[in-house]
Design a protein around this ligand. Structure first.
Ligand SMILES: Nc1ncnc2c1ncn2[C@@H]1O[C@H](COP(=O)(O)OP(=O)(O)O)[C@@H](O)[C@H]1O
Ligand SMILES: Cc1ncc(COP(=O)(O)OP(=O)(O)O)c(N)n1
Length: 255
């Protein structure tokens, strides 16, 4: 059977754990055919980001044209956007991007700045599934988000800006908060004791996109993505790849 086509619009992580590389592995692991529009090239490993080269907006637009004019894209995940002109290119074509999932990437776990609030903020009002972590939600709202109660109110406030749904993720707490169809639901997962969490947010948003492409409703897609990330974290927990926080096992179905 022909697989559903899913598109990632994101940055490249040379270390392979996050960004485009994590997205394409997630698509493949979950049975989708992955396509990509690269917005930036990062020189990155498990210890951090040492350089960022934004891809010019016209090249981003050309990649988008090439994919959308030929392939039946069923869902789109947007990750790292560092250039306002690139955000504009994507915003201008947002109506053509089905099952849009936006991960408002701002800061890598290792501390490097990958995006700016006023750039990624442009996309948060589109009818997408928005997946900020606590820190990104706080940056978008201009305050600190720490507790579960603060995550609940952040999800509701961000939902009022117009996205189809908001999931505020809670990293190692494994507690995420979903706001969808006027309701806010805490999603509790099994915390995984691991230092290898590089790319968990990219993997989560990509997995949501695949499940939406497959026809899941938003709550089912989010629950399936959460389970997939959890398996990836468990599968990679004993890996020793790099001196910093390592990647997930995207193909770790046996654990
Ligand atoms: N140690 C962990 N144990 C269980 N789930 C985790 C862990 N770390 C992250 N997650 C889950 O991974 C997904 C991505 O969230 P998060 O790590 O907050 O994203 P980001 O990489 O953007 O900070 C969420 O579902 C979150 O609950
Ligand atoms: C190129 C690129 N895009 C996104 C990220 C951030 O990845 P994410 O999964 O949100 O978080 P960390 O892995 O940084 O915790 C990245 N590092 N690089």
């Amino acid at each position: 059977m022909t697989p559903p086509v899913v598109l990632t619009i994101a940055g490249s992580d040379s270390g392979g754990g996050a960004g485009i590389q994590a997205d394409l592995k997630t698509f493949a692991a979950l049975g989708a055919f992955g396509t990509s529009v690269i917005t930036a090239i990062t020189a990155q490993n498990t210890l951090g980001v040492t350089a960022i080269h934004p891809v010019p907006a016209e090249i981003v637009a050309a990649q988008l044209d090439a994919v959308l004019s030929d392939l039946p894209v069923a869902a789109v995940k947007v990750g790292m956007i560092s250039d306002p002109a690139v955000a504009k290119v994507i915003a201008a074509r947002a109506a053509e991007l089905p099952n849009l999932v936006v991960d408002p990437v701002l800061v890598a776990t290792a501390g490097s700045r990958l995006g700016e609030v006023d750039v990624v903020g442009v996309l948060t009002a589109y009818p997408c599934v928005l997946t900020p972590n606590r820190h990104e939600a706080g940056a978008l709202l201009g305050r600190v988000i720490e507790t579960a109660e603060e995550m609940v109110s952040a999800a509701a406030e961000l939902a009022a800006r117009g996205p189809r749904a908001v999931v505020v993720t809670g990293s190692e707490l494994a507690l995420d908060v979903l706001h969808y169809a006027g309701e806010t639901t805490p999603l509790r997962g099994e915390p995984v004791a691991t230092v290898n969490n590089h790319g968990s947010g990219c993997t989560f948003s990509s997995a949501i996109a695949v499940r939406l492409a497959a026809g899941d409703a938003v709550p089912e897609a989010v629950a399936a993505a959460k389970e997939y990330v959890n398996r990836g974290l468990r599968g990679g927990a004993q890996w020793r790849l790099g001196a910093g926080p390592g990647p997930l096992d995207h193909f770790g179905w046996s654990v």
